[in-house]
Design a protein around this ligand. Sequence first.
Ligand SMILES: Nc1ncnc2c1ncn2[C@@H]1O[C@H](COP(=O)(O)OP(=O)(O)O)[C@@H](O)[C@H]1O
Ligand SMILES: [Mg+2]
Length: 351
Amino acid sequence: MKALAVLCMTDLLHVILPVFLSLMVTLYIYYFNESRVIPKICRQNFLHSNPQNNVAQVECRPKCEHGQFSLPGMDSCRPWLTCDEIESEIKIGEEIGRGVVKQVNLAQWMNQKVAISRLTDEKYIADFQHGLKMLTAFQTNERFTQLIGFCDTSIVTEFHQFKSADNLENVLNLKRVAHYNKVSTRFQLCMDYVDILAFLHKSPIGTRVMCDSNDIDKTLSQFLLTSDLRLVVNDLDALPEAKPGSGVKCGGRQLFGDFVAPEQLWPYDDREFDDDSMPGYDEKIDVWRIPDVCARFLGSRNGSESLQFHLHRIHRTCKNIVARKRPSSLHIRDEYERVQRYLSLNKDKEL
Ligand SMILES: Nc1ncnc2c1ncn2[C@@H]1O[C@H](COP(=O)(O)OP(=O)(O)O)[C@@H](O)[C@H]1O
Ligand SMILES: [Mg+2]
């Protein structure tokens, strides 16, 4: 009798234990999935705000791992589009921009607006591929345009309706955006710009210099404005690495003017320009340009003069003729934050 009871117990254990364990595993998986908060990236859309209180609509998308993308309205990330998917799922629309290397068109993917950049001429293939390599490398940083997919000579990216930063005044003049035409919005663009440079100057793949920046409009055309008027860097086709002891040269042509740093100018008055004899330079050429770019973002509204006054000291140091005496972009970023705190600039307060 006792032996029978022991036998029943062991049989019961053989049946009940696995059932109990699998129940626990199912419950755990269910609970884990339900309670796991998927990190999201949210952005206001200044074009779509409630007219009563001027509060902008918020658009969110899941935060993705490297190699994946998401767009507003998607509940999970997807791997970057492949050549086949780009070929079959992307419908190309009107041209929205063009530079020397890329022609950019609005496109549609699954009812979502995206941008497709295509190589203009085979002779620029090296620049195109370099830009793609850099964009791929820096994807986890939110201040870089989001990559959606690529194939040979096409790159699909997130579309930004306000386009590039050279278009800022037109955007701020739009009736629906005019409410955000504040010094705080403008100064945030200076902060974003310096933030991007600080990242590039200490990037995981070395000190990167933003070469394609020989005049102010060209510089601003490499950055896009998001729907909440923040800056993302988009064109990384000319991002050479400045290694200690060996400088970079931005293109093989002679440069002129005072937007470029003095060390980028041909130094010998008595000799014709010759690129081989041109000395190299480093990331401090980007620092030289910061005051001009920030002044352009700030514009000449009431309040921006007072801010410019507070920035004067740090901006003067950026213009040191001796490159190594200029501050680092990280230092400028800290100084901007200090000024922002001091003036307690925030989105709701007008200067
Ligand atoms: N994702 C995008 N959304 C909106 N406009 C874009 C986008 N990508 C590029 N553009 C527009 O196209 C222009 C040219 O793109 P860019 O990548 O700078 O080309 P290039 O390498 O030839 O200079 C940009 O200055 C911008 O106005
Ligand atoms: Mg460009």
